[in-house]
Design a protein around this ligand. Structure first.
Ligand code: PAF
Length: 288
């Protein structure tokens, strides 16, 4: 991981009274607060978002919460990587002011009955593969925004559909908070950084590089004006030959996520992909 100047001290809150106390203390010395929501198992991608947050606001709050509401029954909630000690050390080194570490009981006390559903944008792509996923993401993000009262929240572009859903929710609910997006951080061979990459076997890890390479090639052809459908079909076949199982590979309008037949030449389209490799799902996207 890259290192940043150490923060003088970092507060840790694990329940709402402690969070409110610490946020009030931050507000006494900082005019603006940025939030970086995470599920922990921090890597350089997260640290780049924290660096953006530090530029955007005077104080930085990072939440670590493996949100059960966004995992389906057959998904990897139990084995999702957890490393609180390593994460807290990384946050201190990255200059985080406050770590917000609620338990599931703090986030969803018994009797919790309210969820947030962003209709339309939550339905396609990841929504087909992971029904209910974005309800979980939108609900926890709405709660994190309200709990922290942050002025800015920073999300990675790697989860493009998540970013689109959160932006829509913030607009629709008039949440007084600005969403900043951070570019996808990549390994030297192009693989987008993700907490789940650690579950790839060495052979799968080597095969995974085919995904960003294919994405780059397809994006270049689309930028040159090639029609999407035959390109995407050929690229899916290439991924399959390389041992990946694509769930989708599509050219979409960046905000509405509606499928496009060709790029528009103005950079507003997005090439999005999800593919399975062994037990790991890899997500990636590029601007076209
Ligand atoms: O991208 C993630 O890590 C999660 O979906 C988020 C935004 C922290 C919500 O749980």
């Amino acid at each position: 991981m890259t290192t940043a100047p150490a923060a003088l001290s970092m507060a840790i809150a694990r329940d709402l009274p402690a969070l409110r106390r610490e946020i009030a203390a931050l507000r006494r010395r900082a005019a603006s607060v940025a939030l970086v929501p995470t599920m922990g198992a921090l890597h350089d991608g997260h640290l780049s978002l924290i660096a953006l947050a530090r530029q955007a606001a005077e104080a930085v709050v990072v939440s670590i919460f493996v949100n059960p509401l966004q995992f389906g029954a057959s998904e990897d909630l139990a084995r999702y990587p957890r490393d609180e000690e390593g994460d807290l050390a990384a946050l201190r080194a990255a200059g985080c002011d406050l770590a917000w570490l609620p338990t599931p009981e703090v986030m969803y006390p018994p009797g919790s009955a309210t969820t947030v559903e962003v209709a339309g944008l939550s339905a396609p792509w990841e929504g087909v593969q992971r029904p209910g996923h974005f309800r979980g993401v939108a609900t926890v993000c709405a709660k994190l925004f309200l709990q922290t009262g942050a002025d800015v929240a920073v999300f990675g572009e790697k989860d493009w559909q998540q970013l689109a859903v959160i932006r829509r929710m913030v607009r629709d609910l008039d949440i007084p908070l600005r969403i900043l997006r951070g570019p996808t951080m990549r390994e030297p061979d192009g693989l987008a950084m993700s907490s789940r990459n650690r579950f790839l076997s060495p052979a799968e890890r080597a095969a995974a590089a085919l995904l960003p390479a294919t994405l780059r090639e397809v994006a270049a052809a689309l930028r040159a004006g090639v029609a999407a459908a035959p390109m995407l079909q050929a690229a899916e076949a290439r991924l399959r030959q390389g041992g990946l199982v694509p769930d989708y590979l599509a050219l979409v309008e960046g905000e509405t996520l509606q499928e496009l037949e060709a790029a528009r030449g103005d950079g507003t389209a997005r090439l999005i992909v999800a593919a399975r490799l062994g037990t790991v799902r890899l997500l990636d996207n590029l601007s076209v």
